[in-house]
Design a binder for this molecule. Structure first.
Ligand code: NAG
Ligand code: NAG
Ligand code: NAG
Ligand code: NAG
Ligand code: NAG
Ligand code: NAG
Ligand code: NAG
Ligand code: NAG
Ligand code: NAG
Ligand code: NAG
Length: 586
């Protein structure tokens, strides 16, 4: 094994980890996108950002909010609701997840997103009084855990009945539990606060009757357009709340976060202003000169980084959904085949770069020069169409998450392959941090951002451009980019961005690769919440063998695997100073 120094893991660092935060419950309960694509002339993305900004300030103050921005038919109607037991800080974290995940519906014109701690929706029509939608559903766990299903069903019925009754009588939110002898069931009910009493009641009645169909499963969730309900055999809600009406407890944290959020707002307003000033709708393909003036147009068109929008549109079969590869930060990625037969990945950006195109182009140019065998190459961009596009190399095996979390045998990566992947990611990251001319902090290292080529060599994608999306002169970030679960505590709480943030995410990723478990998988019972906590517990109990993915466990490799687990733990220490600088392994 390589040169990574394994520090002695002190008890102090363990306690830092423990006090990281409460539980914002950001695991996914369900996402439903509308089936109407945005027609290219009516890009409601223009209004999405300001609508979310406005919602964000309402959610911070009240735990919920609604907003309408723009004019029909392009208007954005948006709603967000935190569930009543979340503390103010957990509510913020949950909403920030909503804000970053909702655009995954793009280019569909709207969508609903249910997380376990909050809800968000946006559409181009008014839906604020809707309590049903076509995909209303109960999501059940089929795991049963009761020697006596009929008694269990009785307990579920009582818990659900009590919370829906209490929620109707008390501002649309209630938690509660019921038990008979050694059986306990915990339940939560939440109506969106903009609904009047009668709409709330109807929604809760429907949700309650739907969720009962989950019994005797150990978990049930009802997802309705106007309310959310859940029951579980484990206690999943926060016992110690600081409900939205209670005043801030820890002022220092609020000030820091306020500062960060303020920063996001200022930047977003800046972008908005810049965009408003510019070209809102444009039907026929204008020339680069029309768009950007002769000087920039000349620079772009003479560059070999320039792709034509029309060509890429054809290459991706008009951004056909069957070509969709996935969702990266800032946009949807499609597979494309250029006229010369070359396969590429085309990212359709959600944000419009038009007003800062020269700067954006510089950044593309810069990132194009960052070359390393473990980094995905950015081939160029297109700036002359309805949306800005980025063009990347295409890799046959898509992304790492499709392999390590998959149970099917033909997707199995053995230990030597996983070890090579870890090693390759470490080398790529080291290069970004230290050896490339532009020092780059990735900010969003996670399994889905690691692509695999036909020989399963890892390639890090989605790096570099975060800088131009969130201009960042100081060390305070302007927007918390990244994915909860992979985010270092100091970055979430203080917005403090250094290479150590990547080192932390890398550590989480290493643990995922070894355990085959996601750090925050969807619909898990509350008890299996944190992968990191589980690994620590096994470390303390001297039983790390338990956490190794059974499919790769092998006596000969065991020592090496354990050593890599320790590196993962080393990288995820709460105190950034205790994390290694250099994750490269050779
Ligand atoms: C959000 O919109 C409301 C209603 O127009 C307005 O009073 C409030 O100031 C807005 N908040 C922000 C942060 O723009
Ligand atoms: C929605 O947010 C925008 C941007 O802050 C604000 O101008 C508008 O007044 C808000 N509308 C409503 C209905 O809250
Ligand atoms: C929403 O957008 C679709 C597609 O652009 C359009 O057909 C529809 O009329 C819009 N709805 C409203 C209420 O404007
Ligand atoms: C929503 O319902 C429609 C038809 O009722 C179905 O085609 C679609 O797959 C559903 N969407 C999800 C996410 O379940
Ligand atoms: C829950 O409901 C049952 C009847 O279904 C009732 O006997 C019990 O008192 C209720 N408990 C609470 C805490 O409301
Ligand atoms: C609950 O108690 C019953 C007997 O009283 C027993 O059969 C059952 O296994 C217990 N269940 C659990 C989960 O402990
Ligand atoms: C089964 O139910 C018991 C009692 O409610 C609970 O303590 C235990 O954690 C449950 N086990 C699982 C795997 O959910
Ligand atoms: C609640 O709102 C709905 C829809 O706006 C309306 O039809 C209904 O009359 C309202 N009910 C009450 C009691 O205000
Ligand atoms: C709630 O707060 C009390 C006192 O502050 C503490 O003793 C208890 O452990 C807390 N409970 C949870 C679940 O955090
Ligand atoms: C559900 C619940 O426990 N709500 C409590 C949250 O905390 C406030 C005050 O801190 C109480 O008033 C609520 O009853």
């Amino acid at each position: 094994m390589g040169c990574v120094r394994i520090f002695f893991l002190t008890l102090a660092s363990l306690s830092i980890l423990k006090c990281a935060m409460g539980d914002p419950r950001t695991s996914l309960a369900g996402q439903f996108c509308s089936n109407i694509p945005v027609s290219s002339a009516t890009i409601n993305a223009e209004y999405f950002v300001p609508a979310m900004d406005n919602l964000s300030s309402q959610v911070n103050a009240n735990g919920h909010g609604t907003n309408i921005t723009g004019e029909n038919p392009n208007a954005v109607y948006a709603l967000a609701q935190c569930y009543g037991d979340l503390s103010q800080i957990d509510c913020k974290l949950c909403f920030s997840e909503i804000r970053s995940q909702l655009p995954k519906c793009y280019p569909q014109i709207g969508g609903l997103l249910f997380l376990d701690g909050c809800f968000g929706r946006y559409e181009n029509f008014s839906f604020f009084n809707e309590i049903f939608f076509p995909n209303d559903t109960a999501v059940c766990s089929f795991h049963q855990n009761s020697s006596n299903p009929s008694v269990f069903s009785q307990v579920v019925k009582e818990a659900v009945g009590n919370v829906s009754l209490n929620a109707k009588n008390d501002k649309g939110f209630a938690v509660g539990s019921s038990s008979i002898s050694n059986l306990s069931v915990y339940a939560l009910a939440q109506c969106w606060e903009n609904l009047n009493k009668s709409l709330c009641s109807s929604c809760l009645d429907a949700a309650a009757s739907a969720i009962l169909s989950c019994s005797p499963g150990t978990e049930g969730r009802a997802l309705y357009a106007g309310c959310f309900m859940r029951y579980s055999t484990s206690l999943f809600w926060n016992v110690n709340n600081t409900s939205s009406s209670s005043s801030g407890k820890s002022k220092t944290i609020w000030i820091t976060i306020g500062f960060v959020i303020g920063g996001i707002l200022v930047i977003a307003m800046g972008i908005l202003y810049a965009r408003r000033k510019g070209l809102l709708t444009r039907k026929k393909g204008p020339s680069l000169t029309d768009l950007y003036g002769p000087e920039i147009a000349l620079a772009i068109s003479q560059s070999n980084l320039n792709f034509k929008y029309e060509d890429l549109k054809k290459a991706t079969n008009y951004f056909c959904l069957s070509n969709k590869l996935g969702q990266g930060s800032y946009g949807t990625v499609y597979k494309g085949v250029l006229s010369d037969g070359k396969e590429v990945a085309v990212k359709q950006l959600f944000l419009n770069t038009r007003q800062w195109v020269d700067q954006f182009f510089n950044e593309v140019n810069l990132v194009n020069q960052v070359r390393h065998k473990n980094l995905v190459r950015l081939l160029g961009c297109s700036l002359d169409g309805a949306e800005s596009l980025l063009v990347y190399e295409f890799y046959q095996n898509r992304s790492l998450d499709l392999f390590i979390f998959d149970e099917t045998p033909d997707k199995l990566l053995d230990w030597p392959q996983r070890f090579d992947i870890i090693q390759g990611i470490a080398e790529g990251l080291s290069y970004l941090h230290e050896e490339s001319d532009t020092r780059i902090i990735h900010r969003d290292i996670k399994a889905s951002n690691i692509l695999l080529d036909d020989k399963f060599k890892p390639k890090i994608t989605d790096f570099g451009l975060a800088r131009s999306f969130a201009q960042d002169q100081t060390h305070l970030t302007t927007g918390i980019a990244g994915t909860l679960g992979y985010l270092a505590p100091e970055y979430i709480v203080h917005g403090h961005l250094t290479e150590k943030v990547d080192v932390y995410s890398f550590g989480i990723l290493v643990l995922e690769i070894i355990t085959g478990k996601r750090c925050s998988s969807s619909i898990v019972s509350a008890s299996e919440h944190s992968l990191l906590a589980k690994v620590w517990n096994n470390y303390k109990a001297n039983s790390l063998d338990n956490i190794i993915d059974k499919k790769i466990y092998d006596n000969n490799a065991r020592d090496e695997i354990i050593q890599v687990v320790l590196i993962g733990l080393q990288c995820t220490q709460g105190d950034p100073q205790s994390r290694p600088d250099d994750v490269e392994g050779r």
